[in-house]
Ligand binder design. Structure first.
Ligand code: PAF
Length: 288
């Protein structure tokens, strides 16, 4: 595996590969890799000839400076994991390489997709994600780029940006990988105390309960979303230190909030929860 730190070197290394007709896959990450990241890497390895994994804790997407400072880092472990997976290129730019101090700031935004869920609660977050991902698309020029559906809003925002800017990349969304008790894999899970980790498992349980409730209401024509969200909210918070930031049922394409779910319509339930101060997100499709 080749570790590369500069944009020029990354471009040069891929030029010859592309000239040979190689399909390039990109897996952008912020490091502290877990099984969720490895599943994206494995899918890229299967579908592409060359896989580039970027590790960059992107400062422009953190609206809370302490969240940025506390973001877990273990580069040595990450590089060992990438070697083991047979990844060809690790792209490890420094912040100064990605954002030289003497440049004017560019802002990217998709207001229609970022007015609720994480977009509402983390102002500027998706602008930062869009900026860094579009830079990676431009530098790596991948045929395919892989993102986890745990960050469902992020996936939609990036796919919309890639289409709007005519990047010739296929943005691929990959299923969430979960711990045995259902908790979605996340680098932030490492920051949970034992008790908070136990209570975090209530998040997927609550979302699954909403799907089950829908199934139990099959005789109805529609179900009110507020009622379903309240059920999930209670399961997560009662008897714990968990604090739900948001719990919403949305249209899976537009992310607009739904008031009710109607028969034969699909929807997505999404939540963000502070488990003893650690912010976790999860979502799942709903079928009625
Ligand atoms: O999902 C992430 O880890 C980040 O938001 C991403 C896509 C690597 C951009 O920094």
């Amino acid at each position: 595996m080749k570790s590369i730190q500069t944009i020029a070197e990354m471009r040069e290394a891929l030029e010859s590969k592309r000239a040979e007709g190689a399909k390039v896959g990109l897996v952008p990450t912020m490091g502290f890799l877990h099984e969720g990241h490895l599943s994206l890497i494995r899918q890229s390895q299967q579908e592409c000839d060359v896989t580039v994994v970027s590790i960059f804790v992107n400062p422009t997407q953190f609206n809370d400076p302490s969240d940025y400072e506390n973001y877990p880092v273990d580069l040595e472990k990450d590089l060992n994991a990438l070697e083991k997976e047979g990844v060809q290129f690790a792209f490890l730019p420094h912040a100064k390489e990605m954002y030289p101090a003497n440049r004017l700031k560019v802002q990217m935004t998709i207001p229609e997709l970022t007015g609720n869920l994480c977009g509402l609660h983390r102002p500027g977050h998706f602008d930062g994600v869009l900026l860094v991902v579009s830079k990676f698309f431009n530098i790596v020029q991948p045929h395919r780029a892989y993102f986890g559906l745990k960050d469902y809003q992020q996936f939609l925002v990036i796919r919309t940006m890639a289409r709007a800017l005519d990047f010739s990349v296929e943005v691929v969304g990959c299923e969430t990988v979960r711990e045995p008790d259902g908790l979605a894999m996340s680098s932030r899970n490492a920051r949970l105390s034992e008790k908070a980790r136990e209570h975090a498992a209530l998040i997927p349980r609550a979302l699954n309960l909403v799907q089950k409730t829908l199934q139990d209401r099959k005789a109805q024509y529609s179900v009110k979303c507020a009622e379903l969200c309240e059920i999930a909210w209670d399961v997560i918070e009662s008897g714990t230190q968990n604090r739900v930031e948001y719990m919403e049922i949305v249209d899976p394409d537009t992310l607009q909030k739904l008031d009710e779910i109607q028969k034969d319509r699909t929807a997505r339930i999404a939540t963000a929860v502070f488990c003893d101060g650690v912010r976790l997100i999860d979502n799942r499709p709903l079928q009625f």
